[in-house]
Design a protein. Structure first.
Length: 627
């Protein structure tokens, strides 16, 4: 982050807390949380809601005379926390359904985990704010982009229209697909040598929008991960299975089985190595951050006056709240486990790993942005450690697996919120917000979103189900992250974890790390971080292809825009955010109709029309990004 003065100077005092900001922040937190819950269950990925929330906030607050940029910033702070919490929840909690612990998720369980785990993540980053944002001056690319949008809006600019256009387009496309005007994907299958092979792409505006937002580099690596698994791994593992009598449906089913039982465990190995590498690389910056944060606390306790833009929540309040949040989580673990000593150990491990996970997520958000933050790797690493520890302490079977998800789930939620908090605080630093007020809004938005997570997840489970479970329907949601967490947990406790494929994935990750370091030394713009490749390995290939298509659209729009207005923000990102929100909310709307017994099916399943319309939407997105 370049050294620059805040847009609103510390000496200027503006209203940041207001009734309309609170109401709008809470409402957007719930909406963004719901949309990303659907997206995560469908695609296994979520995207940052900061910029869309900022734009919508500006559009709404423009209706009021007494408004200002700091109010807008507070709204996006609360709203984006809902999106991040959804990521932490959907990555882990539905694993309880996959493991058979519950048919539907208990409201109290999900709400306690989400509210306290998310708030814990926000609190654990308080001490790191100054070190990462002010002293190390990490770039925080998405935080900077959000600040530029807020400042442009304060000066009279507005980009709300593309979000609303994208929302309508995404919703209509999802509606037409859901009533059966076209199938959900285009796919084909065949053979490579004597092995089997598959290729397909989901017809989803949300997926191409995800690819557009994360950009070509990340989308390409996700595709590469999928290609390694589906074009190399599966043909090798199915060598000798190909025969002229096999139908396309049989080949698709066989390749899916091999991917589910073997290939996706390569993603586990890659994620674990990626998480460990992050911890190794960031040990010095995190240590410096803790030292600088404690130094600032001592300075404040010594009576030094700080400018408004440097006021964090007081450390005594932070520590009190951390204890207040950890105690109920300990009681939750004790209620489930029933063994006092084991529950104490679980709570301590949860707190320690939450801090390290939050620190890594907060730092990496400053490097790659919140959308690209490898929370999955942090979670998988924490989950493996927790499962092995609880098994060593004597837990087994369903109790051990459930306890593992409950501990790893809180860690995941804390890390997800921590990355978002640091990104929002970076935005606040540039626009001149008061950090302690943002930290309060972050917790408020987190708790608000937590209240609706269980009903939304249960609605999706009742309407669509999770693929591979008893709840699955014809249009079941893959829930790839949660399914992976459940598979790893079951593998540890039942001794069936496919360690061979885990080791293969770990070896692949080491090669990627070496290559990435070489590229970094040469100053290359193209990099090979481990996590996107790991994501591609455990995502269904048809999802990864759609995301890669979105990345290609991003690259194309950049080339068309080159030389025109490269310094301005990509308006296509706003249109893409609208596509995601529209499709996700329509998906939730259809879930309500399904649960209510309403059927709008017309019975047509041709994918041609859906593909043509998707290409038209892609053209609109590129044209939008060109502006």
């Amino acid at each position: 982050m370049e050294d620059r003065k805040p847009y609103i100077p510390p000496s200027t005092s503006m209203v940041e807390f207001s009734f309309k900001a609170i109401v709008l922040g809470v409402l957007l937190s719930v909406i963004m949380g719901a949309a990303n819950a659907y997206l995560g269950m469908y695609a296994g990925m979520t995207v940052s809601a900061s910029i869309p929330a900022a734009v919508v906030s500006m559009a709404v607050l423009r209706l009021f005379k007494d408004k200002n940029i700091l109010e807008n910033n507070m709204v996006q702070t609360a709203a984006s926390s809902g999106e991040s919490l959804a990521a932490g929840v959907i990555f882990t909690v539905p694993a309880l359904i996959v493991l058979g612990a519950y048919e539907l998720l208990p409201y109290w369980l999900v709400t306690v985990m989400a509210a306290l785990g998310g708030a814990l993540g926000a609190l654990l980053t308080v001490i790191l704010r100054r070190a990462f944002i002010v002293e190390e001056k990490l770039p925080y690319p998405e935080g900077k982009a959000c600040a530029e949008v807020l400042i442009a809006g304060d000066k009279g600019g507005s980009h709300a229209l593309p979000i609303f256009q994208g929302g309508i387009i995404g919703a209509v496309y999802k509606f037409l697909g859901s009533i059966g005007l076209w199938g959900g994907s285009v796919e084909t299958a065949g053979t490579i040598g004597s092995g089997l092979a598959y290729f397909g792409m989901d017809l989803s505006t949300a997926l191409i929008a995800v690819g557009y937002i994360v950009g070509f580099n990340i989308a390409f690596l996700i595709f590469i991960g999928g290609a390694i698994g589906w074009f190399i791994g599966i043909p090798v593992l199915t060598s000798g299975m190909a025969s002229d009598s096999m139908t396309m449906g049989e080949i698709i089913s066989a390749t899916g089985t091999v991917w589910s039982s073997q290939i996706r465990y390569m993603g586990v190995g890659a994620m674990v190595v990626g998480g460990l590498w992050s911890l190794i690389k960031l040990r010095k910056p995190i240590t410096r951050g803790m030292s600088a944060g404690m130094s600032m606390v001592r300075k404040k306790q010594g009576g030094a006056l700080l400018p408004r833009t440097e006021e964090d929540l007081p450390l005594n309040i932070v520590l009190t709240l951390i204890v207040a949040f950890v105690v109920p989580l300990f009681l939750l673990y004790y209620n489930i486990i029933g063994i006092l000593g084991t529950a104490v150990v679980a709570a301590i491990v949860m707190l320690i790993l939450s801090f390290f996970g939050s620190s890594i997520a907060g730092y990496l958000a400053g490097i790659v942005g919140s959308s690209n933050n490898p929370v999955s790797g942090i979670t998988i690493m924490s989950l493996l450690f927790t499962a092995l520890m609880l098994k060593a302490l004597g837990l087994s079977g369903s109790l051990g697996m459930t306890s593992t998800i409950l501990v790893a789930g809180v860690i995941c939620m804390a890390a997800a919120i921590a990355g978002d908090t640091m990104q929002d605080l970076a935005t606040g630093y540039m626009v001149g917000a008061t950090p302690k007020r943002q930290q309060i809004f972050e917790i408020m938005g987190t708790v608000s979103a937590a209240l609706v997570m269980a009903p939304i997840l249960n609605l999706l489970i009742r309407a669509y189900g999770i693929a591979g479970t008893a709840s699955a329907t014809e249009n079941a949601l893959p829930a790839p992250q949660a399914f992976l967490m459940a598979s790893v947990t079951r593998g540890v406790f039942e001794g069936t974890l496919n360690w061979t494929m885990v080791y293969v994935g770990a070896g692949l990750a080491i090669l990627l790390i070496i290559f990435d370091e070489i590229l970094a030394a040469k100053g290359s713009n193209f990099r090979t971080p481990v996590m996107p490749v790991a994501v591609g390995l455990y995502l269904p290939f048809s999802l990864g292809v759609a995301i890669f298509f979105g990345g290609i659209l991003n690259s194309l729009s950049r080339k068309l825009r080159r030389g025109k207005n490269e310094s301005t923000n990509d308006i296509g990102v706003l249109g893409a955010a609208g596509l995601i929100t529209g499709e996700a909310l329509m998906g939730i709307g259809f879930a309500i109709m399904i649960v209510s017994g309403v059927s709008l099916k017309v019975g047509l399943t041709s994918s041609g029309l859906g593909l043509i319309l998707l290409l038209a939407i892609a053209y609109w997105l590129v044209r939008l990004g060109k502006k």
